[in-house]
Ligand binder design. Sequence first.
Ligand code: IVH
Length: 670
Amino acid sequence: MTPPKNVITLVDKLRKDIGEHDYRYYVLAEPTISDAQYNRMMRELIELEARYPELMSPDSPTQRVSGEPTKEFPTVLHEVPMLSLSNAYNDDEVRDFDRRVRSFLPRQPFRYVCELKFDGVAIRLQYRDGILNIGATRGDGTYGDEITSNLKTIRSIPLRLQTSERNLQNIEVRGEVYMEKKDFERLNKERERTGEKPFANPRNATAGTLKLQDPKIVSRRPLRFSAFYLRSESTELASHYENLSILRTIKIPVNEHLRLCETIDDALAYWQEWSMRREDLPYEIDGVVIKVDSLRQRSILGAIAKSPRWATALKFSARQAETKLMGIRLQVGRIGTVTPVADLEPVSLGGTIVSRATLHNADYIGSLDIRVNDRVIVEKGGDVIPKISAVVKEKRSPGTKPFRMPSKCPECGSKLYRPKGEANYFCENSQCPAQIKGRIEHFASRGAMDIEGLGGAVIEQLLEERIVKNYGDLYDLKEHAERLASLERWGEKSVENLLRSIEMSKKQPFHRLLYAIGIRHVGSGIAQLFARHFRSIEELRSASVEDLVHTEGIGPEIAESVVRFLSDKKNLEILGRLRKTGLMLAAKATREKAPLAGKTFVLTGALTRFTREEAKRLIEEQGGSVVSSVSSRTDFVIVGEEAGSKRDKAKKMGIRVLDENQFLELLDKP
Ligand code: IVH
């Protein structure tokens, strides 16, 4: 049915109005209608679009959450590379920057624009005919990930530009996606409640969210956007400052605190001012940015390596405060790592009250000679966990004693063990109450036994109710089904689901189990190596440290850790139970068919989880082959850190590029 004219007009008006109200709400924070009125408009639009599907359009506000989950983000080329900024940490470095700028612009007047440096994630938006058609991450500056569906969920990013100006229909906008502090805290609380790992800081939360494959989840995360760059395809723009005001007129959010500075002293004052005022902002900034305003002058200045000569970041120093060290406590982590933690007299730092700080390890305490009752300097860098960076020795009171590492675990009393050459002490008792939850969590996790529905909150409940005491008990859970079903948040159905996933986990191959049982230093790559050389737990157990170090890729630390784990009586007892329940304590005799038969691989970049030789052998064992250069006959390119041209070439040619984790997953497939 062709839509009547008045419907077309109405749909168009609703879209414009909703766009306007999004802007008022999400950018100006000054809504002019109630939520109910807004929802009514949205519902009306949804109904009309359902009735007249031909009116559907990707820039409709109903399409903020549209794309289906993707397996992998496509790669896009940035026509104009996305550079990063050089940094300056003190006045001298800022003045050096200014001198260099002036040497490139002799006898020319110029001015700077100063902006806040958001601590978020840089992105690029491309509008075609006024409609948002591509959104991408910075990636390596030349190629980024296309994450349009995720960026469309951010309400402060307009899907359609609010302007009829011809020159502004085809533009590129760059800026920062970020999360406000209060939203970040709320998100983390929620994650803790559901047993998910909290994010370390708002930037990590933002980056993690933008990487999600499902826009539906992204849309529920409170991301925001602030622009700092405009490029138009049809007109030459002259001034950055003017560009930012153009962006504002077309309702793209631009930060309100930017300032035009005629001299470097003005810029230094701006930096100083914001280093004092940063706590008052609702979002995190890690410095300010100073940029030459004129785009013509910018092109004279050009760039060196990956950063322009016309801009630099003036970073803030870490937030510091002085306080008293009340005590040193030992904390026992998931795999028994014992870390000393400082109990502090509460002190305000970076807008929060700090009463604990990490002390890393005994050596760190020794090297700074940190003593209980000392006045100490606490520091907060990019992460949420503060650390002690110095002792104010002049204020040390008489009678304090150097710190001595206790010899016993504070949780279970077992003797602490410090492996040769390592900085940390460990509690090796796998039944230590401090470790039980973490160990079960690891056992059930994705790369391990992959038990769906067994997250942190559930494990805590099972422990509290004393239904389980270790991961071996999971396989007896069916005996407690009735009791479990009667507990809060449980019902027959959910118990049934959990039991089914536990049952399914019995089929996980030997190397997964070897990883899941939580032997220190045995990650999933090493577990696979072991599973190839030692076909069962018995074989592994009968090997000595010497035997183990003769296995390619196994060093003395790993070997020693395995031998210790497998000679512990309690561990063996649990392994015995796992065997009885039918778990794979041995590798399958043969593989039916080499799973990578005929596939060609290229390895590039620095691999971190195994050596090139190991990776090659793993591939060859499964029937694949490794060659040195990328061609149309290549099936996969495995990239490590700092992979360069081979990765780019593969992406251009549409060849599958896998990082080390994805590679392991590929090997994992039966
Ligand atoms: S300008 C070449 N302006 O800082 C100029 N960047 O190290 C590139 N950032 O990737 C960007 N606030 O993620 C610019 N007001 C601002 C910024 C800003 C934050 C980030 C951005 C960029 C990184 C550069």
